[in-house]
Design a binder for this molecule. Structure first.
Ligand SMILES: [Zn+2]
Ligand SMILES: [Zn+2]
Length: 367
């Protein structure tokens, strides 16, 4: 079957034939309907992070279960699923405490080593091991994932667009609802209006935040956020974003989300906070990058800086709930999709994302 394989940042990603083994115990095989192209894929492509390569790219996807391995109970052949990139073990300290997005074996072994729970991969080619990316690898015709990474969706919704639920939307909405717990009436700033940032904006709208200030370098993107629930738009290319947000809120916001993950944007998020404010780091910087803040201000003003991984999501609960919100017209997904392309266009889709030309491209293997 065809898949998009990353080997080295020196050359374009390769669309090639890869062998896929059948699912083993606790695993399911999924035929991919669509895969979203997310900024994390771009970080991988650009060599920003240490990953186990070669790997099959992609970590946002939806599809249909085509086979299940022994012992699988939560999904069956024919089920429609959204893939989760933290396939929680269900047994570690964090899973038992109700934080599956912090699952320790997933974070310490599966994701960094690019393997499944038995320490091996299902992808290979001519005897060469090809790794999984975040246990999803959705830039492929078919994948094998752990059972906990395939969340059944029983609602009658278009399957391709639901791919977005599996990373960008769960991350953005979850950062607001689960990580930060934004209360009604709060003043919120969101830096970055890409797929994740616009999902943070939607999460803030769903939380009935009083003020939702969208910040983006591109004035068009900042304005676009109004359609997703922003009350104000700040074009950071033209003005000092921190000063603009502080002016709009009479001294700073209650919550500032950095949906970009650059050093400047993380520092801006902290600087935008009012007394008691919380800065939430959602976007992911390159490995080793460090930001600065003033500890005195943090202590005197009782501010907090927190990280949000995958929106602290609980996939088995949150994915179906997000689909219900979409069907009720309360969550915009179609508006986040800027185009659909075949797997062969993966490199072009990544370059469009890098250049700010695409919001969310869906790779559709059947195209
Ligand atoms: Zn992502
Ligand atoms: Zn766990």
């Amino acid at each position: 079957m065809r898949a998009v394989v990353f080997r080295t940042p020196d050359r374009p990603v390769e669309v090639t034939d890869v062998e896929l083994d059948p699912p083993r115990e606790g695993e399911v095989r999924v035929k991919i309907a669509a895969a979203g192209v997310c900024h994390s894929d771009l970080h991988v492509r650009n060599g920003d992070w240490d990953v186990a390569a070669p790997l099959v790219m992609g970590h946002e996807g939806s599809g249909t279960v085509t086979a299940v391995g022994p012992g699988v109970t939560t999904v069956k052949e024919g089920d429609r699923v959204v893939l989760s990139w933290v396939p929680s073990c269900g047994r570690c300290r964090m899973c038992l405490a109700g934080y599956p997005a912090r699952c320790e074996p997933a974070a310490n072994v599966l994701l960094p080593q690019g393997v499944l729970y038995d320490g091996t991969t299902r992808f290979h080619r001519d005897g060469e091991r090809i790794h999984h990316y975040l246990s999803v690898s959705s830039f492929a015709e078919e994948v094998v994932v752990p059972e906990s990474g395939a969340i059944p969706i029983h609602a009658d919704a278009p399957l391709d667009v639901l791919a977005l639920v599996g990373c960008g939307v769960a991350t953005g909405v979850g950062a607001v609802q689960r990580t930060a717990g934004v209360p009604e009436g709060a003043a919120v700033a969101v830096i970055g209006c890409g797929g994740v940032g616009l999902s943070v904006v939607q999460g803030a709208r769903l939380a009935r935040a009083g003020r939702v200030i969208a910040v983006d370098l591109d004035p068009g993107r900042a304005e676009l956020a109004r359609g997703f629930g922003a009350t104000d738009a700040v074009a950071a290319r033209d003005v000092d974003a921190v000063a603009a947000v502080r002016d709009l809120t009479d001294g700073g916001v209650d919550f500032a989300f950095d949906a970009i993950g650059k050093i400047e944007t993380t520092e801006q998020a902290i600087a935008m906070l009012g007394i008691g404010g919380m800065a939430v780091v959602v976007g992911l910087p390159p490995t080793g990058a460090t930001a600065r803040f003033e500890p005195l201000a943090l202590a005197e003003r009782e501010q907090r800086i927190v990280g949000s991984n995958y929106g602290s999501t609980v996939p088995a609960e949150d994915f179906p709930a997000l689909v219900d919100l979409y069907l009720a017209g309360d969550l915009m997904l179609d508006e986040l999709v800027s185009g659909r392309r075949p797997l062969e266009d993966a490199e072009a889709a990544l370059q469009d994302l890098a250049a700010g030309r695409a919001l969310r491209t869906l790779l559709v293997p059947a195209m």
